[in-house]
Design a protein around this ligand. Structure first.
Ligand code: B12
Length: 326
């Protein structure tokens, strides 16, 4: 059925949500499992989605149905977080040059040679390269490169998926080195999570692995974990630090909601909440707006900050006096 609604509130709000997330119509269409022309028609007011798709869109952007329909001016899901203009600035412009090892790794995976890429990493580790260095200068750097190549239409989505899936396999192969590095165990416990609605969880995983190498007991809980489950896990594992990661800008709202849910629980008042990921790297003030205790730009800095805040808490009678970033 074809509706003509003119430029409806829904149409303009959908367009606004999509563009503020820096998504192409095709990205949203792929995520919702519809054709790109369907999104174009929604945004022109030429078609209106059925109830199922409408709910899917609200869930995807983490907004209420009222907000999506233009019946509420404020997204009650997270009213105190606003999108900064700097969101549009692409971090890729500032990427450090790739090392020869990173270039070789990228080349192998682009050629579909996963085994060679894995051997390359193992040989480098056996030759004395540190796991942390490999994580940051090979895995993180090349993942960002593949993102850039995807944005420039130099690789397709399938290659982006192959690249990140292969990298996660190769990261797993390094786990014995991670446990070997963490011989001096600490009492501190960390939960690391990519929040509700967020599929990107490699950053959260890296932070957990770095803390594990530092002797922490870590629980990496993967992606798309929502508030009740986060609260329960924090209580069950008696976490000292909660690592909340978001990559898509619209999931900053998820982080804000999770933090509000935790702050409402007296038993979790000593839990140190750190945030990080792409939106926070792009806007240095954003972490304060979501009421986090701290923010760091990389897994390496996250470890320093987590140790510092946990020690500070231990020596300050359970009250963190302010927020910190590295
Ligand atoms: C791999 C990948 C995917 C994989 C994710 C697999 C997985 N299990 O994580 C899949 C295929 C699922 C995916 C999906 C999508 N993706 Co994607 N993806 C990427 C890619 C290529 C790499 C992400 C990554 O792992 N980076 C490496 C990690 C290690 O970096 P990091 O997250 O920044 O983490 C470091 C720090 O930030 C910090 N940190 C991270 N978290 C935390 C937390 C705390 C507390 C602290 C202190 C520190 C910290 O430490 C980490 C290590 O140093 C990026 C490109 C990029 N530039 O990142 C695109 C990218 C993020 N994706 C993008 C898009 C558009 C999407 C999709 C909408 C569509 C698509 N392309 O398929 C969906 C989104 C779905 C959703 N709702 O989340 C865009 C986002 C654009 C934008 N403006 O926001 C990007 C930037 C690609 C691009 N150039 O356009 N994606």
């Amino acid at each position: 059925m074809c509706y003509y609604l003119g430029m409806s509130d829904f149409a303009s709000r959908l367009r606004e949500l999509r563009t503020s997330g820096n998504l192409r119509q095709k990205d949203l269409a792929d995520a919702l499992g519809v054709a790109q022309t369907t999104i174009a028609n929604y945004e022109q007011g030429a078609r209106f989605p059925d109830e199922k798709v409408l709910r899917q869109i609200a869930d995807y952007f983490n907004v209420s149905l009222d907000y999506l329909m233009g019946r509420a001016d404020v997204n009650l899901v997270a009213q105190d977080v606003q999108y900064p203009n700097s969101f549009y600035r692409e971090e890729e412009e500032n990427l450090a040059p790739m090392s020869p090892l990173a270039k070789e790794y990228l080349g192998f995976l682009l050629a579909g040679k996963r085994e060679e890429a894995s051997n390359l990493v193992h040989d480098a580790v056996n030759a004395g390269r540190g796991v942390k260095e490999i994580y940051l200068t090979v895995f993180e750097r090349t993942l960002k490169e593949i993102g850039l190549m995807w944005m420039q239409n130099r690789v397709d989505v399938a290659m982006e998926h192959y690249f990140s899936a292969s990298t996660q396999i190769i990261m797993s192969q390094l786990y014995p080195q991670i446990t070997a590095a963490s011989r001096e165990k600490k009492d501190s416990v960390c939960l690391s999570i990519a929040v509700c609605g967020e599929f990107h969880d490699i950053g959260a995983r890296m932070v957990a692995d770095f803390l594990e190498m530092d002797g922490w007991k870590t629980f990496f809980l993967g992606n798309n974990l929502c508030n009740d489950d986060i609260v329960k896990a924090a209580m069950d594992h008696r976490a000292d630090v909660l690592v909340l990661s978001a990559t898509m800008f619209f999931n900053v709202e998820s982080i804000a909601r999770a933090i509000r849910a935790i702050r409402a629980i007296e038993a979790l008042r000593d839990l140190v909440i750190l945030v990080g990921g792409r939106p926070f790297n792009q806007d240095a003030e954003l972490w304060k707006k979501v009421q986090a205790d701290g923010f760091a730009r990389s897994a390496e800095e996250a470890v320093k900050l987590a140790n510092r805040l946990v020690n500070k808490l231990a020596s300050s009678d359970h009250v963190l006096s302010g927020q910190e970033a590295l």
